[in-house]
Design a protein around this ligand. Sequence first.
Ligand SMILES: [Fe+2]
Ligand SMILES: [Fe+2]
Length: 469
Amino acid sequence: MTAVITDEKIPNNVDLSSDRRLQRALEAWQPKFIDWWKEMGPVGWQERDIYLRTAVSVETEGWAHFDYVKMPDYRWGIFLEPKQEGRVHHFGDHMGQPVWDEVPGEFRNLLRRLVVTQGDTEPASVEQQRNLGATAPSLYDLRNLFQVNVEEGRHLWAMVYLLHTYFGRDGREEAEELLMRRSGDADKPRILGAFNEPTSHWLSFFMFTMFTDRDGKYQLAALAESGFDPLARTCRFMLTEEAHHMFVGESGIQRVAKRAAELMKSGNGDVRAQGGVDLPTIQKYLNLWYTLSLDLFGGEVSSNAADAFASGLKGRYKEDRYPEHKLIGSTFAMDVLRDGKVVHEDVPMRNALNEVLRTEYIKDCQRGVDRWNKTLKDEGVDFVFVLPSHKFHRQIGMWAGHYFTPAGEQIDAATWAARSGEWLPNAADETYVKSLMNPVFQPGKMASWIAPPIKGINGLPETFEYVKP
Ligand SMILES: [Fe+2]
Ligand SMILES: [Fe+2]
């Protein structure tokens, strides 16, 4: 185990060549992955030179190397953070005991489900985004899309490594199935709802990377606490890459909002008439992708969440910040439904852990939205983006099947049917946004609906040719 990544067929820092059986199994999976990438990865662009970063080390500084690469030649590999000697369980029932280097038999199924569910999201997002290259608003954005895509492919490798190494035949079968499911396919859908939703234009792509990749950050961070040490070490390095995905989303929407604000102050102030995305439409897509992403945290009261914590497999976000790590006898105060009415109640803490993680996520989303609002304020525009209530438009958990306004007020089904088009993108919004999606492929040029980035990639100017013709 070294920080530096080897230059083998499968780049890795896990001394893969010392385990011939595992190496052969992964080398047999590799061409299937490439086939999947060519079939379900980005449409077109595969033979182009793209200015991408590739992981070359797991050191905090200098872990990435930037250069032109054709996507199918990207160095997908297996990178774990170095093992910390003497690491012990720091939460749950096994607190103080040494962490596990092998899968404990009694938690095998639970752990496999955690790994497969995380793993499934990675190829799913590549599939969801595969057509976006044709309508990129700039070469800078096109390159960012592909950077996110190749790294999601690498995240799939990270989970497949765990499946192959620690779960025997079941694990190898799961690894095959990760390449068989298809986002949005009625017969073999991806596991989680938001990963079957179409990401049919760049506004949705930016919202996805802002909100859905941020769910990924929180799930990975919770798994990075795991007492199953290989999972913890894998997830810690994935988080390094994940930060860029959220940057793409947050800065992307910030640029769309800035452009809208500029257009509000020019001509007759009609943003749509001048080829922009008006702020109320941006708010609707925020409402959609934020709530789809809230669903990914699972049910509010969950025995699975309690089991994952008790067994030491999944912690809280930055577990060390909390004063107490067993959570026996403590409670979490949260809104719940009782006989169709919302009441505030204390829920046993272990059962509330999905909601605890979701609450941390919501705070993080709010910080991003605050930065968007600062942009609007700096532009002198009187509009504020708002995160809707966590009860609004939910399809998983106790709020599913009940109706709430974005402000969190309970309403009946008829009111919802009459008003949901004011809060969520309707067919006309979708048609309008799609009508803006005309590609701009000249270096340094931007589509009408988005402001240029504040700076380029890796210190390069925004006029750099991030994708070669
Ligand atoms: Fe990922
Ligand atoms: Fe991501």
